[in-house]
Design a protein around this ligand. Structure first.
Ligand code: KIV
Length: 285
């Protein structure tokens, strides 16, 4: 079997993502966590599916992203890969899977590719991750960077706060972006930073920037699947645009089901299986 068939050519690769910036075409990205969400996102034509560690709270119900483990992420990554045909699938490295030392980080990333089936990994952090990025890239693993409001640094930041608002911190973000580009990331998520800083970074680096709460100038945008669909419980950041209110839709459907069963309205005769009356009559004897 050839590796150069039509199927392979249609797939979105890291190279396709990078060429989008050169062509001035916006990149679309969304998280997905399981087979149905991946299928829907992929079929909508989204370029990048991120198996986000946000699943820690939006799917598993933990308070933040710090609790989810690599073993948890691998289960979801496999389901997402089964559901996506075209999008580039990126696996979010969870907290602890790349912090202890470079060897263990490489081992985690290799497991993600081998066992999870993802095509790239994402790691949070600025220039302190540069050596690790180089190591992963040297070992054939494409890496997406993530700077700004990095949720895994929740305790260090003292909460989910917009980053880069002072001269010093803005300069640090720009330096982080440039250093990560040199280290070899193929794209960079910019989260929770002012529009103007995202613009400066986007103009300064030749890799695509993907924004979330980072304004209009990024080369692409990413949102959390469940936020976009109105399926998240709790606080929504101001940058989230809710394209649907599925929580209400699902709630209405489920409460109707409950009342239909209670009232005897479900199942209807047409929703039941039937057999010949002759047999029924014999069984009654
Ligand atoms: O885990 C996540 O959802 C993310 C965002 C960038 C969307 O990292």
């Amino acid at each position: 079997m050839s590796h150069f068939g039509a199927e392979t050519l249609r797939k979105i690769t890291v190279q396709v993502i990078q060429s989008r910036k050169q062509k001035g075409e916006k990149i679309t990205a969304l998280t997905a966590y399981d087979y149905p969400s991946a299928r829907l996102v992929d079929e909508a034509g989204v370029d990048i599916i991120l198996v986000g560690d946000s699943l820690s709270s939006v799917v598993l119900g933990y308070e933040n992203t710090l609790s989810v483990t690599l073993d948890d992420m691998l289960v979801f990554a496999r389901a997402v890969c089964r559901g996506s045909k075209k999008a580039l699938v990126v696996g979010d490295m969870p907290f602890g899977s790349y912090h202890i030392n470079e060897e263990r980080a490489l081992e985690s990333a290799v497991r993600y590719i081998k066992e999870g089936g993802v095509e790239a990994v994402k790691i949070e952090g600025g220039r302190t991750r540069a050596l690790l990025v180089e190591r992963l890239v040297e070992n054939e693993i494409p890496v997406m960077g993530h700077i700004g409001l990095t949720p895994q640094s929740l305790h260090k930041m003292g909460g989910y706060k917009v980053q880069g608002k002072t001269l010093n911190s803005a300069q640090n973000l720009i330096d982080d972006a440039v250093t990560l580009e040199h280290a070899g990331v193929f794209s960079l998520v910019l989260e929770g930073i002012p529009d103007e800083i995202a613009r400066l970074i986007t103009e300064r680096v030749s890799i695509p920037t993907i924004g979330i709460g980072a304004g209009t100038y990024c080369d692409g945008q990413i949102l959390v699947y469940s936020d976009l669909l109105g399926l998240t419980f709790g606080h929504q950041p101001k940058f989230v645009r809710k394209y649907a209110d599925l929580k209400t839709t699902i709630n209405q459907a489920l409460t109707k089901y409950v009342s239909d069963v209670q009232s005897g309205n479900f199942p209807a005769d047409t929703e039941s299986y039937h057999m010949s009356m002759e047999i029924v009559t014999k069984l009654k004897r």
